[in-house]
Design a protein around this ligand. Structure first.
Ligand SMILES: Nc1ncnc2c1ncn2[C@@H]1O[C@H](COP(=O)(O)OP(=O)(O)OP(=O)(O)O)[C@@H](O)[C@H]1O
Ligand SMILES: [Mg+2]
Length: 248
């Protein structure tokens, strides 16, 4: 059986005297949808940036697809898709041009590039908007395009940092249908979100607070552990876990 897609052991990031990520450890299985939850400034984006090979850890280990974040970050970049919290596509390019640009970066052969482009336009609901200027898209449509560009090369592991911020509820559901579809095909998804209905859909969740992981398990396990019943909401779990961490 294949090993986990993501392995994290004591991963730490400090900025000067400040510890943003503090000895975190967890594994994510292949095909798993892993939710990363936490208040603003908890260390979610910093963790993702380390796992994507963009930011060098201060100490500890991380591996994605078997590649170490410390020594093989270039290999990691080839097998992942990353949707950053900040919109990073070119506003002055059209929808189609942004997709072409990403196909170029990923060095997709021309025939495959055309096929994947059609697939992305369809899956992101962007058919017919190919020649729209990216800056003229609404926030939610921009997010769809960003997701499309992140999955164009069919990455093994997908890192999504608040992908559905400002996306309407119906489109968010479409987003999640796609994530499930990709998961069914073996794609591992590491996702952050502040929407509890979304987090509920993850196979497992980690809650990070002040750089440390304070809870890890399936939504059902965490409900029982932190609120005493499976019928609790994840919001209750979140609040209880953070209160517990504050008083610890
Ligand atoms: N380059 C940096 N230099 C100094 N401090 C940083 C740097 N990057 C992040 N931080 C700090 O590290 C902490 C964690 O930031 P991070 O962006 O990981 O939080 P987050 O959990 O993603 O929050 P949000 O929900 O607001 O996106 C914050 O206090 C932030 O100010
Ligand atoms: Mg963030």
């Amino acid at each position: 059986m294949a090993g986990p897609s993501i392995v994290v052991k004591d991963l730490t990031k400090t900025f000067g005297a400040f510890t943003a990520v503090d000895h975190i450890s967890f594994d994510v299985a292949k095909g798993e949808i892993f939710g990363f939850l936490g208040p603003n400034g908890a260390g979610k984006s910093t963790t993702i940036r380390m796992l994507c090979g963009i930011l060098r850890p201060t100490s500890g280990e991380g591996a994605v697809g078997g590649f170490s974040v410390s020594t093989h970050s270039e290999d990691i970049k080839k097998i992942i898709g990353y949707m950053s919290q900040k919109f990073t596509l070119y506003s002055d390019l059209t929808v189609g041009e942004n997709i072409d640009f990403h196909g170029g970066i990923r060095r997709l052969p021309p025939a495959l590039k055309a096929e994947r482009k059609r697939w992305v336009l369809k899956m992101a609901g962007l058919e017919g908007r190919e020649s729209a200027l990216t800056r003229e898209l609404s926030g939610g449509w921009k997010q769809r395009l960003a997701l499309g560009c992140a999955i164009l090369h069919r990455p093994e592991v997908l890192f999504l940092d608040e992908p559905t911020a400002s996306v309407d509820p119906v489109s968010r559901r479409d987003f999640w249908d796609l994530i499930y579809e990709l998961s069914g095909q073996g794609t591992t998804t590491f996702i952050t979100s502040h929407y509890m209905d979304e987090v509920e859909r993850c196979h497992r969740i980690a809650i990070i607070y002040a750089g440390a992981i304070i809870a890890l398990g399936s939504p059902r396990e965490l409900k029982v552990r932190f609120a005493g019943t499976e019928s609790a909401s994840l919001e209750q779990v979140f609040v209880a876990a953070i209160r517990q961490a504050r008083t610890a």
